[in-house]
Write a new protein. Structure first.
Length: 147
């Protein structure tokens, strides 16, 4: 049996089948919710990256800081670690010991710390573009045919 079957036989909630489904050969129905959430997060990160890029350009050329509430005292582009610390310092301060103790100390030194020193607009734009590329709308030709 299908959960929340629509008039056209599609599974509108994106839920697949009960475990006790009789016909296991049917292809699972396309799940729209994870795709929509991925596209939404990608768009939010893309817009945040564009906002931070705009802020950095305004600080560079006009000297006016849109994010003065962050407490940055210089006109250089803001790095992702500084932005994260201004938004939620406790989570950033807990991240380093958690990674070094529970995963591997070299991961902090060679992967996470260099990312935190990158420009915020570049990291946010890159993450947004990657999410939008992964969760893009696929054309009918690229979808596998359901029999």
């Amino acid at each position: 049996r299908r959960l929340a079957e629509g008039r056209d036989g599609s599974n509108r909630l994106g839920l697949c089948y009960y475990a006790a489904s009789r016909n296991r050969r049917e292809a699972p129905v396309h799940a729209p919710w994870p795709m929509m959430i991925g596209r939404f997060l990608g768009a939010v990160l893309l817009l945040a990256g564009l906002f931070v890029l705009g802020r950095d350009l305004i600080v560079l050329y006009a000297g006016f800081d849109l994010l003065a509430w962050l407490g940055t005292q210089h006109g250089a582009p803001i790095v992702i670690g500084e932005l994260w610390y201004a938004v939620h310092p406790a989570s950033l301060q807990l991240l380093q010991p958690a990674i070094q103790r529970h995963i591997h100390p070299a991961l902090w030194d060679w992967v996470v710390q260099p990312i935190l020193l990158c420009w915020a607009w570049a990291v946010l734009l890159a993450l947004g573009i990657v999410l939008l590329a992964i969760f893009r709308r696929r054309s009918e030709r690229s979808r596998p045919r359901q029999r």
